[in-house]
Design a protein around this ligand. Structure first.
Ligand code: ATP
Length: 215
């Protein structure tokens, strides 16, 4: 089974996340994509972070209509900081069969990958899928990715890269919607509309629970 793991603070989830995940799923022929809200993302200050239960509920509402999209509580239920390596181990030990894991991330995260906990082990246990702005021709790989690619010893193979463990690194050219959760929170705090930036159910949820009313 080919399984995508898409983690983030999802504070809140928006259409940029959803569209990228959908295109990653198609490109990688994934059977399922798990959205995994972080309890306490290690790379982000916690100020302005909505409670995990709300972020989880919004991810559930946003993904409900897509049969390929699943929601995992793995990080929210785990105490302490959310480290991706722990999540990968969790999926490997709890999923039936031998799942072929594809860790999905945006280009901003990939550039920092070497700083993640047990990053060497992480690339040994999972494939990586980095959604980036097109074109994805490896010859035009942005230079800030090259340092990370070299750091982990990936070698080039056609239109993707391969690790010594056999796992791959792919750059997926997705339709980039320049939306961020920061933009959504700012708009809400400024009492501006966020319709068509987030799914309607998420906009309704934010309003009903008076989330992000101040920065
Ligand atoms: P914030 O603005 O609060 O920093 P964010 O919008 O970047 O949040 P995160 O929850 O931090 O969202 O991101 C989760 C994952 O989604 C990361 O891998 C990030 O690179 C990716 N991502 C964020 N925004 C987009 C977007 N517009 N299109 C594609 N991927 C995105």
């Amino acid at each position: 089974m080919r399984v995508g793991l898409f983690g983030g603070s999802f504070n809140p989830i928006h259409l940029g996340h959803l569209r990228a995940a959908e295109e990653d799923r198609e490109a990688l022929e994934l059977d399922l994509v798990y959205f995994i809200p972080a309890a306490a993302p290690p790379h982000k200050p916690s100020g302005g972070l909505a409670p995990a239960e709300h972020r989880l509920a919004m991810v559930r509402a946003a993904t409900r209509g897509n049969r390929y999209f699943m929601v995992s509580e793995a990080e929210v239920r785990r105490s302490g900081q959310s480290y991706t390596i722990d999540t990968i181990r969790y999926f490997l030990s709890t999923m039936r069969g031998q799942p072929d894991l594809h860790l999905i991330m945006g280009a901003d995260q990939f550039a920092e990958l070497a700083t993640w906990k047990e990053a060497e082990e992480l690339v040994r246990l999972s494939n990586l899928a980095v959604h980036a702005r097109p074109p994805t021709d490896p010859d035009s790989t942005p230079t800030n990715y090259l340092a990370t690619i070299a750091h982990f010893g990936y070698t080039r193979d056609q239109d993707y890269y391969v690790h010594s463990s056999g796992h791959t690194l792919s750059f997926i050219g997705t339709t980039f919607l320049p939306i961020s959760a920061t933009l959504i929170r700012r708009k809400i705090a400024a009492r501006e509309s966020v319709r068509y930036l987030v799914p309607d159910d998420v906009a309704d949820y934010i309003q009903r629970h008076a989330l992000y009313t101040s920065l």
